[in-house]
Design a protein around this ligand. Sequence first.
Ligand code: PMP
Length: 374
Amino acid sequence: MTHHAPKDPGDWIASRMNHIDASGIRRIFDLAAGMDQKVDLSIGQPHFATPPSVRRALADAVENGHNGYSPSPGIPPLREALQQQVDTRHQHDDRRVMVTSGTSGGLVLALCTLVNPGDEVILFDPGFMMYRHLVALAGGTSVTVDTYPEFRVDVDRVEKAITDRTKAIVYNSPGNPTGAMDDPETIDDLARLAADHGIVLISDEIYSRFCYDRPFHSPASANPQTLVIDGFSKSHSMTGWRLGFSHGPAEIIDQMTKLQQFTFVCAPHPVQWAGLAALEVDISDHVQDYHRKRDRLVQRLSGHFGIGGGAGAFYLFLEPPGGNGNEFVNRAIQQGLLIVPGSVFSQRDSHVRVSFAVDDETLDAGADLLIGLL
Ligand code: PMP
């Protein structure tokens, strides 16, 4: 038997991992972990407790023995309840629901199911960083369309970015990190543009319950082939439970289910029963609370910072004077304020993301610190 010198484990890492860089956001988490006194506006999850009936449903499911594998597309009662909701909203002949391991699970399945090596996927900048990493994982190339300074989609710009290799557009409204929402006409134009070019439109609707200035509008209403990725993490404050759902053309959902069977296997089984309970919970008080917090923060900060977006989700994307996000974040951290540099979500480093999903005391302390940095 031949003995080899120990291999450097780094040499075993696949080259696709070079396209994935998590350092930006990890730096903030590492800093947060080491700080005693901090005002944390960096977190991307609701601050309210998971609703009691949902917690009880999870405990009951575990107690009642729902601890084994579930069917891959989800437990029938949850799938049926979601299908009914989706059918009421969209009335499409060919729109099928599946249950996924979080919205992230749905995104992984969607991009791996749809993107061939060499395909281009249009993303908006700034945008949720997971999209470009998953496009890279699938072997595709991200093509970004800039939306500064208002963070509104310009459909002409999207059309110019389309080539014969374009496979998909990933759209997220209300969006992370800006909370921006496009008007319904623009959303419908984007939806029809995708349809006219034979491109898949993937709509990440995880923040659809958090809309403050106008009702949510899905691109699926103008393009019945839109693939919608959604989940319970934000709406029911259960980010750690990993429950999401996707719906779209049955053929795509079938292939995503096949991939789920051999990757995630199923969404966590007892959590799916909690999801069924979550569908009965009215979260409008929380949405109203975030609406009020949005207004409170905007009122404190306008005149001091450039503010784009903020119509939904629970983030403001602020432009500090001088427009250097990382430099501003470094100074904020020295004052005990945690926020996220815009460069985590963007090719530009001109902005910072602040979350208003915090209690009022933290919100006010954060606003004081932000203004104090100017
Ligand atoms: N999409 C967007 C736009 C998000 O902001 C997040 C969470 N930060 C996700 C998807 C992932 O959510 P989940 O916890 O359901 O995987």
